[in-house]
Design a protein. Structure first.
Length: 272
């Protein structure tokens, strides 16, 4: 079990956002903006899945997970709120969020089904966010130094995603979720997550007028495929999810703990 606390990030989300806030780089900016567009809807789904899964546990088992579930819900609700504010700036910049509504339509098909399925989907998505988070915490220079506020937002979010990476997975197992469906949902989430992310990133670049610039795609190649790039940095931990003995706690979360300890001035603990 992990002690999860809810933190209030001390950043001003009312301040204007630069069009290319991430080191002046159109591709990286479009990529992070695309991720943010998915969060309010996605994190609400994760909250609902974890709550319903928790309610489906036998009463004598719920006590084992109560604190973790409360911490997970509090953290994800805070992420959802801040990224909703972030996304308001993106609307002002003329960007269009097609990922959120498209995913919302797909998720409507999951209403009133066995709670293990939403949990399986959530566990798969949480694996993606956790391995991305760990990579970003270890490679913070990709965020640039022009907007300290947004860099702090992304690293704080990453630290908490790494911190609560076990919750949905543990509930799925506690409810008797099987390996076949765990892998099936991971396969589907991999395809949908990557295609949605790339589609929204490309749309952001098109709306920004930078889609067909040479610099955009040289940056993309470096960011995704370079020596310290995203694909190289996350492929092995992504692949681990297929192992029958896998558990998220097998992945080290020291980068998360280090960031939270070193940046205590960036947040306050709610109720602390």
């Amino acid at each position: 079990m992990t002690d999860l606390v809810v933190r209030r990030l001390l950043v001003d989300m009312d301040a204007p956002m630069a069009r290319h806030w991430c080191a002046g780089d159109p591709f990286r900016t479009a990529f992070f903006n695309a991720l943010s567009m998915s969060f309010p809807m996605g994190e609400q789904f994760f909250i609902d899945a974890v709550r319903q899964g928790y309610k489906a546990l036998p009463a004598d088992v719920q006590a084992q997970y109560h604190a973790e579930v409360q911490g997970f819900v509090g953290q994800e609700a805070t992420h959802r709120r801040l990224h909703a504010l972030y996304n308001q700036h993106l609307e002002k910049l003329g960007l269009e969020n097609r990922w959120g509504p498209r995913a919302q339509e797909r998720l409507r098909q999951l209403e009133n089904i066995d709670p293990r399925h939403p949990l399986g989907i959530t566990a798969a998505n949480e694996h993606f966010t956790a391995i991305f988070a760990d990579w970003l915490l270890k490679n913070p220079l990709w965020l640039g130094g022009e907007d300290h506020r947004l860099a702090t937002l992304w690293l704080w979010h990453s630290a908490e995603e790494s911190e609560h990476r076990n919750v949905a997975f543990d509930l799925y197992r506690a409810l008797g979720g099987n390996e076949a469906w765990r892998r099936t949902w991971f396969r589907r989430v991999t395809v949908l997550f990557m295609s949605d992310l790339l589609r929204q990133t490309a749309l952001n670049l098109r709306r920004d007028g930078t889609l067909w610039r040479w610099r955009t795609w040289t940056s993309a190649a470096s960011f995704l495929l370079g020596k310290q790039g995203l694909v190289r940095g996350t492929f092995r931990p992504w692949r681990d999810y297929w192992r029958p003995d896998f558990h998220p706690s097998q992945h080290d979360a020291q980068a998360s703990r280090d960031w939270l300890e070193a940046h205590r001035s960036a947040y306050t603990v709610v109720g602390g």
